[in-house]
Design a binder for this molecule. Structure first.
Ligand code: 8BR
Ligand code: 8BR
Ligand code: GLC
Length: 453
């Protein structure tokens, strides 16, 4: 299969038709990402200063939330040791103060909504309406120019303005992101792959605070939005999820009534009660996007323990286990589209057919590689700069398995009344940063499908 030729025509196809996507509504999580690229010596000195013994126990067991500086440093070590991402709410003032003084190398737009708003609106030129829980001046300044809007209530009426024109003087919701490259060393730990630990000094996104504009004006806001992407449910806990879930159910009623295709970006949700509650809502979404850890975590709450283990057992992930899990999820919830992404390839299961599903995935993979390579995509023409990143050769055996087991050809096959679609991705050797690549993939693919339909 000449994947490069398919990549190239998928890109041209989406670029030529992107103007057909009218407006995308994005809710709920937007924040500021303060990114610190870790330095091994600095980290070691900090750990020694607060006490190695106090810190190291958290590198074995991640705490539920951060209540002290040793917990913060220990959690960072937990991520490094495993090369795994983790995100925890930072409750303690002293840890928040410590992170602020430690500082950052870069401030970036954060949160699924913020990242997707800048990509879809600021880069692709697709009009978006975004939910921004707190619009501080700093938060507003991180929005790109372009057709990005937030609703503003004036005399009970919804007006759409660019975030920079909102004139809000609200709180800063800062997520401190500690990034490390593959091979990063501290004490006797060595990171098996690049990743990050996130400490969220944020009381709004973490509890899914929903603004009045979205409580009172939702009906009005959705009138002009033919597509929706929802995210930000991941930090809720069994103690606080009920109230926001009530509002979300109300929002889904409106979206379903209007037949607006809605995608859920399923980020890792540590609380099992919340994960089950999300599973219960999934049938009301058109589409869901997730990675292998997230799919495994859903299989766990569906009682599919063996399958969950299989999903985490090999690298690259066994595509037959992924397909089994996607089928189980689709048959349980009736969600129409599942987009799975992992390091090296994507799979989609849809209850509809067509090459456009594959081409949208290819466009997304090119955007992901561009994001990894450049750190930030500034125009749609930046996306094509990733064409020279080679298609992942390690994925050949995965393609062979899919062809042998399911008779897949050119990345497409039929299975139990669904279309199963596969693409091998382009992997950038030394990515600039890992934050936000998943959001780039999911939003580009979902939007891409509707451009190509
Ligand atoms: P298990 O609980 O099955 O080990 O899976 C945890 C996975 O979710 C890890 O891959 C870890 O990187 C990720 N994760 C994230 Br993101 N946030 C986490 C959190 N708060 N606690 C535990 N794991 C988390
Ligand atoms: P999550 O954060 O949701 O897991 O999404 C990250 C995705 O980014 C991975 O599934 C993988 O497809 C992609 N990715 C990563 Br991580 N590193 C990449 C790289 N260096 N080049 C291209 N894609 C990458
Ligand atoms: C989560 C984090 C946010 C980050 C985003 C990237 O939403 O809270 O800080 O920007 O993931 O995907």
């Amino acid at each position: 299969m000449d994947w490069n030729a398919l990549y190239s025509s998928a890109f041209e196809g989406v670029r030529g038709r992107i103007g057909r996507v009218d407006r995308v509504l994005l809710a709920y999580n937007t924040n500021i990402d303060a990114i610190k690229y870790l330095d091994g010596r600095d980290l070691r000195e900090r750990v020694e200063k607060v006490g190695k013994d106090k810190v190291l126990r958290y590198s074995d067991d991640l705490p539920g939330r951060i209540e002290s500086v040793p917990q913060l440093l220990g959690s960072i070590l937990w991520s490094i040791k495993r090369g795994k991402a983790a995100e925890l709410f930072v409750e303690s003032c002293s840890a928040r103060f410590y992170m602020k003084h430690w500082g950052w190398d870069e401030l970036r737009m954060g949160g699924q909504v913020g990242i997707m708003a800048n990509l879809l609106g600021g880069v692709y030129g697709v009009p978006v309406i975004a939910h921004v829980p707190q619009l501080s001046r700093l938060q507003a300044s991180l929005f790109k120019d372009g057709p990005i809007y937030v609703p503003k209530l004036e005399d009970g009426k919804v007006k759409l303005v660019h975030p920079k024109g909102f004139a809000g003087d609200e709180e800063n919701c800062i997520h401190y992101i500690y990034e490390f490259p593959r091979g990063f060393r501290v004490f006797n730990f060595e990171a098996p792959r690049e990743n990050r630990f996130i400490g969220s000094a944020d009381d709004y996104n973490t509890t899914l605070f929903i603004r009045d504009e979205f409580r009172e004006g939702f009906d009005e806001i959705t009138k002009s939005s033919p597509l929706t992407i929802i995210s930000g449910l991941q930090a809720l806990t069994k103690e606080n999820y009920r109230e926001p879930f009530e509002i979300i159910r109300g929002h889904l009623d409106v979206l379903n009534e209007r037949e607006i295709p809605t995608h859920l970006e399923f980020a890792f949700t540590p609380d099992e009660t919340v994960r089950k509650a999300i599973l219960g809502l999934l049938g009301r979404f058109w589409s869901v996007g997730l990675n292998e850890v997230e799919l495994a975590s859903i299989m766990k709450v569906m009682g599919e323990k063996k399958l969950a283990e299989k999903l985490l057992a090999s690298d690259p992930v066994d595509p037959v286990a992924v397909t089994d899990a996607m089928l189980k999820l689709a048959e349980k919830t009736w969600v129409r589209r599942i987009h799975f992404h992992t390091y090296g390839y994507y799979l989609a299961l849809t209850d509809y057919r067509g090459e456009f599903v594959r081409n949208a995935l290819l466009f997304a993979a090119l955007a992901a590689a561009a994001k990894a390579k450049l750190g930030e995509i500034n125009s749609i023409d930046d996306v094509v700069k990733a064409m020279d990143v080679p298609v992942n050769e390690k994925i050949k055996p995965i393609e062979e398995v899919l062809s042998k087991v399911y008779g897949m050809e050119d990345g497409i096959t039929e299975l139990n009344g669904y279309q199963l679609t596969f693409v091998p991705t382009k992997i950038v050797e030394k990515p600039r940063s890992t934050v936000g690549i998943g959001d780039t993939i999911s939003s580009s693919a979902f939007m891409g499908e509707f451009a190509l339909r």
